[in-house]
Ligand binder design. Structure first.
Ligand SMILES: [Fe+2]
Length: 211
């Protein structure tokens, strides 16, 4: 786990992969598999991402910052190897496959709305909000959006230059495929195919999920 290996990582890859690590940790923490080891690693990873990603993005040759993000990535990977993921990954897999959006970038776009959707069934996001000095699931979703902005990751799929026509042509197939993704079975809230489509639509337009 040598952070120096990452010092030449391009800025957009630093941002996308760092936010993928965050998504691994958040999804593993709230998944329907309870695992104390995964929880500890996930929390450690979330703190490291919030404390280091923006700085690593802006100071690419700082080995300490790179090491911290490398460690955050490993800890998140450990967490989801034990506790699996959730529908942020189910949704992101589709947008990656259909439109070539980088995996971490797609996760970063869907994660805040997935938190809003899941928070109706899980109270565990407040544990993660407290790690960064906040209280609620909505606070946590907002802080992820703010971090995403600071590392120049778009807030919607529309901003990824996907045409509305092409999106609308594929969204029903993507919703069904996302529903069938293995990650969906570990999500804390059981979605319907229709709800998957609605989350997709909100993430395309950059609006907030409120159901
Ligand atoms: Fe991932």
């Amino acid at each position: 786990m040598d952070g120096e290996l990452c010092t030449t990582l391009p800025a957009n890859v630093t941002a996308n992969s760092g936010l993928d690590a965050l998504t691994h940790s958040v999804e593993a923490y709230v998944s329907n598999i309870d695992d104390n080891y995964a929880d500890a690693f996930a929390k450690g990873s979330v703190s490291l991402v919030f404390n280091n990603l923006e700085n690593a993005y802006n100071n690419p040759e700082n080995v300490d910052l790179r090491q911290n993000m490398h460690d955050a990535s490993f800890l998140g990977g450990y967490a989801f190897a034990n506790s699996w993921l959730g529908i942020a990954h189910s949704l992101a897999h589709q947008v990656g496959g259909m439109f070539g959006v980088a995996h971490g970038r797609a996760n970063a776009i869907v994660l805040p709305n997935v938190i809003r959707f899941n928070s109706k069934s899980s109270d565990r996001y407040s544990d993660l909000a407290k790690l960064i000095g906040k209280e609620t699931a909505e606070d946590f979703a907002f802080e992820i959006e703010a971090l995403r902005d600071r590392v120049n990751v778009p807030a919607s799929f529309k901003e990824c230059n996907i045409s509305e026509q092409e999106w609308n042509d594929k969204v029903k197939v993507m919703a069904q495929n996302a529903f069938d993704d293995v990650c969906t079975s570990f999500n804390p809230r059981v979605p319907t195919v229709e709800e998957m489509e609605k989350i997709f639509t909100a993430c395309y337009n950059g609006t907030k999920v409120s159901f």
